[in-house]
Design a protein around this ligand. Structure first.
Ligand code: 6GU
Length: 269
């Protein structure tokens, strides 16, 4: 996969992309990430990339010409998603990350908070994404978040391949607690079951812990999570009163009896 990032602050990406999973994925040739300074495509002698808004008001607006020039020069004839990171975008989710990970190439444009000329949105950008309901000074930290979430899904990016499958949100649930040695620390013991060696019982306990944690912290996720009939009954007993996605349900590990006509579809980008 190739990712091109267009920004006025290329230095913001140096640290995050030089460490951990993203660094290793680049070294393994799973992804090549290219950072482009939009300023390099400004044509005037002061290399101006923003200007005051038509109609007045505060703040500055990113000019369209350098952004179009940069993206068109780098992308050539390739068509790929051109994503603007902006607080006005659609919420970025795990499903969104999975969808993006399927593309051979992505272009990310980091908008500054005050705004980007609307013609960039209308005629260059294919998707607009936000990473949450809060305000960042620019799209750069959001682009780092999106790249991290996408790159770790590329086959071979994680040391432990099942991690991405078992992750919080990949199952539609939050993960339960994790423990490592020592078995007792300051008098606080690791749950006995985890030391028992009963793999099936451990798996069942972990699933229950994930359900419980999701119920306590993010009950909204239970409405969309794939759950067995038994799990739904158990969640009701634990006090969950919200809805479930399709009241039919299937046993986990078994073939669904039928495909519900209204099963949730992955977010189309
Ligand atoms: Cl993508 N950009 C900015 N400026 N602020 C944000 C955001 C993006 N997502 C959440 N807040």
């Amino acid at each position: 996969m190739r990712i091109d990032i267009f920004t006025l602050f290329p230095e913001m990406f140096v640290g995050p992309f030089a460490a951990s999973i993203i660094k290793r994925a680049q070294e393994r040739g799973l992804v090549s990430i290219h950072i482009h300074n939009i300023r390099d495509w400004a044509t005037d002698k002061h290399q101006i990339t923003d200007d005051t808004p038509y109609g007045g008001g505060g703040g500055m607006v990113m000019k369209p010409e350098p952004i179009f020039a940069a993206v068109e020069a780098v992308r050539g004839d390739d068509t790929c998603p051109v994503i603007l990171l902006t607080p006005q975008g659609r919420g970025f989710t795990q499903a969104g990350a999975q969808e993006l990970a399927a593309h051979p190439r992505l272009a990310l444009i980091c908008g500054r908070y005050e705004g980007v000329d609307e013609r960039v949105r209308e005629h260059l950008v294919t998707d607009e994404l936000s990473i949450g309901d809060y305000v960042l000074s620019g799209g750069e930290p959001a682009a780092i978040v999106v790249v991290d979430a996408v790159v770790r899904l590329l086959p071979g990016a994680l040391g432990y391949e099942r991690s991405a499958v078992e992750d919080s949100h990949a199952t539609g649930l939050l993960e339960g607690p994790h423990y490592t040695r020592p078995a007792e620390f300051r008098g606080w013991k690791v749950p006995e079951i985890l030391l028992s060696g009963h793999h099936a019982r451990i798996a069942a306990w972990r699933r229950q812990q994930a359900l419980l944690r999701t119920l306590q912290r993010r009950p909204d996720l239970l409405a969309r999570a794939p759950l067995t009939r038994q799990e739904r009954v158990w969640l009701r007993e634990q006090g969950y009163t919200g809805p479930f996605a399709d009241e039919e349900g299937t046993e986990r590990g078994e073939e669904p009896a039928r495909q519900p006509a209204d099963s949730p579809k992955p977010l189309a980008l």
